[in-house]
Design a protein around this ligand. Structure first.
Ligand code: GRF
Length: 218
């Protein structure tokens, strides 16, 4: 069975969604470890309670970003995972790190990329008046929030929304698409071809609010 290491910085609700999907048998993979760059990340206790090994690597203890990245890669590689999963990991990772995990590094971003890369996505979406917002699971490449898209989920923006209500709606969608993307990966159905993702999948099982690469429709 393939294994993953999950990187978090905070509450870890996406991590929890993945652990729940593993526990229910929906996600056929092993979570080898959860690593946080913050000792106070709430998700660490959740992972430990689920019996998953955890470790903390505080970025503040490192002089340079490159030193932290190298130490982080060493920790990750000690678990020999097949894939590294960023789940609310609030550190920008350098090119060397990203290239080391080329094709083996996933992220979830709370917007419909390429719209709203970076921070404060919900505030910016509201400020722009968009009517559709959402989230994206993608392969990580050196260009921030710009890697090949695996799956997206769209949610409506409704009158009266504020940042919190919109964030909650998007987060619920995140908790559906991350396990789905990981399941496709675990089943060997994801293919990176010329910088784009092809999914061997029948759309029958995909809820209509999810947007998958066109190649998946065959
Ligand atoms: C999520 O919105 C995720 O998309 C973003 O950071 C947030 C993390 O939330 N990258 P959680 O820690 O998974 O609850």
């Amino acid at each position: 069975m393939k294994s993953i290491v999950i990187l978090i910085s905070g509450r870890g609700s996406n991590m929890t969604a993945l652990l729940d999907a593993v526990a229910s048998g929906e996600l056929p993979l092993r979570v080898a470890a959860v690593i946080s760059n913050r000792a106070d990340a709430g998700g660490l206790a959740v992972a430990a309670a689920a019996g998953v090994p955890t470790c903390v690597l505080e970025h503040r203890g490192f002089v340079s970003r490159a030193d932290f990245d190298a130490a982080l890669a060493e920790r990750i590689d000690a678990f020999a995972p097949d894939l590294v999963v960023l789940a609310g990991f609030l550190r920008i990772l350098g090119d060397d790190f990203v290239n080391h995990y080329a094709g083996r590094l996933f992220n979830i971003h709370p917007s419909l990329l390429p719209a709203f890369p970076g921070l404060n996505t919900h505030r910016r979406a509201l400020a722009e008046g968009v009517r559709v917002h959402g989230c994206t699971v993608h392969f990580v490449t050196p260009a921030l929030d710009h890697g090949p898209i695996i799956v997206q989920a769209a949610v409506p923006v409704v009158d009266g929304d504020d940042e919190d209500s919109l964030a909650a709606r998007v987060l619920a969608a995140e908790h559906r698409v991350y396990p789905l993307a990981l399941r496709w990966w675990a089943e060997g159905r994801l293919h990176l071809e010329s910088g784009r993702v092809r999914v061997d999948s029948s759309l029958a099982a995909v809820p209509p609010t999810l947007i998958v690469p066109a190649a998946a429709r065959t």
